[in-house]
Ligand binder design. Structure first.
Ligand SMILES: [Fe+2]
Ligand SMILES: [Fe+2]
Length: 173
């Protein structure tokens, strides 16, 4: 089967959904497990979101009609809500507390909502905007980008930004 960026992004959504299900099943005593699952979420979520923001969303925006532009704006706002508000709240929470459990649940719900909107609306539009060849090329570019120093730098920057927000939340709850 030909490669398709939309199939790759969808399968990453499913991996994230599964991780959040696992987190929701943990108890407040599962310190190590929660830490590991949160690290797994970040390792998958951040490159996915950043590549969408830097590469996929701009390509989508260029070809979008008015409805597409609205969909693009919605997606961007949801990414910002995750990066600047909800993920910092999770990271500001002690993993052995109900606060963590609650914040992680909200993060999982927001990611699921956002992913579902992408799949049902944005990717449907993208399937008409981009040829099979373009979608296959994007899939190769995404794989190469994930292994590149640029992706590592983006990851470090995003984690520093979220970490800073989390620190502020700890100081001023
Ligand atoms: Fe997204
Ligand atoms: Fe996505």
């Amino acid at each position: 089967m030909a490669r398709d960026i939309l199939a790759t992004l969808k399968s990453e959504h499913d991996e994230l959904r599964a991780l959040f299900e696992e987190i929701n099943d943990t108890t407040d005593r599962a310190k190590k497990k929660r830490e590991k699952l949160l690290a797994d979420v970040e390792a998958r979520l951040i490159p996915h979101a950043k590549w969408e923001e830097f590469h996929f969303y701009p390509a989508f925006k260029e070809r979008a009609d008015r409805d597409g532009l609205k969909t693009h704006a919605e997606a961007m706002v949801e990414h910002q809500a995750v990066e600047l508000t909800v993920l910092p709240e999770v990271k500001a929470s002690d993993v052995e507390t109900p606060r963590f459990a609650g914040a992680a649940k909200v993060l999982g719900e927001l990611v699921d909502h956002h992913a579902t909107e992408e799949e049902n609306t944005m990717f449907k539009m993208a399937r008409k905007m981009f040829s099979a060849k373009e979608r296959a090329d994007m899939d190769v570019q995404y794989e190469e980008w994930k292994a590149s120093p640029a992706a590592a730098a983006v990851m470090t920057h995003a984690q520093a930004k979220t970490g800073l927000k989390a620190t502020i939340k700890k100081l001023i709850p």
